[in-house]
Design a binder for this molecule. Structure first.
Ligand code: FBP
Length: 547
């Protein structure tokens, strides 16, 4: 396969490891742990994996000997830069324990385990993928591993291949399911260990013990590069307002991080919208106010960052979507027979007065999206809603009203962008390359220490890699009970943007100035070679959280 010059040079990059993972190690066990909430309920559901201690690896001089075992690995959910390095680190880690260990990859996500689709990952294959973006080494998928039938099907192939440990690389849901699987395999005395690794560009799998999920660093740097480029274009022509939607299914970490890196005129944070109980009109008024103030200074241009999950955080929209979901689930067949040009009025006539008023105030395209695009569970696919267009259209209307009232003199020409897929498979930054390789190598050490139900954890990540702290966090420690599809379930708490956290506070303290003046920062592309001050910086979010 033809390689670019950068790919060829990057293949030779040796990711950095924390001190403890560079040679022989010993495990230090902390005190027994508790789940973050609902301790009794979680303990009852996880009698074999609850309360385990936090583990820290420390260097030691004694060389341990490990048996040759077979290990399986699964990539679960959305792609995130660095996944290949987790697998490379895992491979090198098990080979360092015993050269006869073997690694099997299950294909296209958890479905590969259930359907018995796999391949052996040999040194030649691994070498092709070191320090590359993407999940294409074995593919990924969104099948959820959650039923006993699936666990038993998985057990068949694990036994058949002699696999003694399974590493699941995924987000909060996949790691929750990894823990349920660990508990089940332990309870059945299968002798199979299950270890999780924290992945997602969304950055919402983090807590006291997991500082960041991998991929967030690279994805945000890619988006910030292009936002910076757009800002320079915008500041050169001075004629467009750019509405930029950024991925992040639920939490606004990506939008916030990109704002910290690029200093746009406006960045909406969904968590703040929800906390303040804002309506769509409040957001539109806020943006229109800034557009008008800049126009008064002669600046008819600017940038607006919008998190992908915004719609579901606007309390009134959330209620409308919930009523639409229920109505269409019960009356889908009847709705399908309504002619297209009557669909919007048909739905409006069936909604509560309050929701009908919001529904009919939406631009037609958005109202249509809300009623048509549903996922297999019958829910609106919020990521398909073009929030960037919805907002710019409503801001345009609001500015026209303001013009009539004499409150706005200017010209408003919007441009729209959605950045998501552009960053999910980028070549991992040095931070992600090192962090992922360490997470994978560390997962191998957790396996070698006989652990199950743990998440691979690398801490102290704002220090140089040599000083990173390697170890394991019991997954049950991060859990609480939440209602999912009408049932109470144990889940890892999703980390939303904290409004009292340092990254948001830093942003909030400066946003008025960024709105009025033009304070753009142009981060430029990720650098893989060069001075450490340019190549090895973690995200602003991590730096501010660990000041
Ligand atoms: P994960 O949580 O699985 O890592 O995926 C994150 C994400 O990239 C979101 O930002 C986005 O909303 C979603 O995946 C899109 O996924 P898909 O391409 O499968 O629709």
């Amino acid at each position: 396969m033809k390689k670019s010059a950068l790919q060829a040079a990057r293949a030779a990059y040796q990711p950095k490891l924390p001190k403890a993972l560079k040679g022989s190690l010993t495990v230090k066990e902390g005190a027994a742990t508790q789940s973050v909430a609902d301790q009794e309920a979680i303990k009852e559901l996880f009698p074999n994996t609850y309360g385990m201690p936090v583990l820290t690896f420390e260097p030691c001089s004694e060389k341990a000997s490990y048996p040759a075992i077979n290990v399986g690995v699964i990539l679960s959910g959305g792609q995130a830069p660095g996944g290949h390095n987790v697998i490379a680190g895992l491979f090198d880690g098990i080979k360092a324990m015993n050269a006869d260990c073997k690694l099997y990859g299950f294909l296209l996500g958890p479905g590969g385990l259930i359907d018995h689709k796999y391949m052996e990952l040999t040194a030649d294959i691994i070498d092709e993928y070191r320090n590359t973006g993407g999940f294409d080494i074995i593919g990924s998928g969104r099948t959820k591993l959650e039923t006993v039938e699936q666990f038993d099907k998985g057990l068949q192939i694990l036994n058949q291949l002699g696999i003694k440990a399974l590493v699941i690389i995924g987000g909060d849901d996949s790691n929750t399911n990894a823990c349920v699987l660990a508990e089940y395999y332990k309870q059945k005395n299968t002798g199979i260990q299950v270890i999780g690794c924290p992945k997602t560009i969304d950055g919402d799998l983090k807590n006291e013990m997991i500082e960041t999920s991998f991929g967030f660093d690279t994805a945000c740097k890619v988006y910030s590069e292009v936002i910076g480029n757009i800002q320079r274009d915008c500041n050169s022509a001075k004629k467009y307002w750019h509405f930029i939607k950024l991925m992040g299914r639920s939490a606004s970490h990506i939008a916030l991080e990109c704002a910290l890196q690029t200093q746009p005129n406006i960045c909406i944070i969904s968590e703040e919208v929800e906390a303040k109980g804002q309506t769509l009109n409040d957001i539109v008024d806020y943006i229109a106010g800034i557009v008008a103030a800049r126009a008064a200074d002669g600046n008819n241009f600017g940038t607006v960052l919008i998190p992908e999950g915004l719609i579901e955080f606007i309390p009134a929209m959330k209620k409308l979507i919930a009523e639409l979901n229920d109505f269409l689930a019960a009356n889908g067949d009847e709705f399908a027979k309504v002619p297209q040009n009557e669909q919007i009025s048909f739905i409006a006539s069936k909604l509560s007065k309050e929701n009908a008023a919001i529904y009919t105030s939406l631009p037609e395209g958005v109202a249509r999206q809300l009623s048509l695009d549903r996922d297999p569970h019958g829910n609106v696919q919020v990521s398909l809603i073009e929030t960037e267009k919805l907002l710019s259209e409503m801001v345009g209307r609001r500015l026209a009203e303001m013009k009539k009232e004499g409150k706005y003199v200017g010209k408003f020409s919007p441009q729209h962008h959605f950045f998501g897929y552009e960053g999910r498979c980028a070549a991992p930054s040095n931070f992600d390359a090192d962090y992922c390789y360490s997470l994978g190598y560390n997962a191998a050490m957790l396996i070698g220490s006989g652990k199950t139900g743990y998440m691979s954890s690398i801490r102290n990540t704002t220090a140089p890699a040599d000083e990173w702290v390697a170890g394991g966090i019991p997954v049950t420690m991060m859990m609480n009970m939440e209602r999912r599809h009408g049932e109470m379930k144990p889940v890892i708490q999703k980390a939303l943007v904290k409004l009292d956290g340092a990254p948001f506070k830093h942003f909030a303290a400066q946003r008025e100035e960024w709105a009025k003046n033009t304070c753009y920062v142009y981060p430029g592309p990720i650098q893989y070679f060069g001075p450490s001050s340019v190549c090895d910086q973690p995200t602003e979010t991590l730096k501010l959280e660990h000041l």
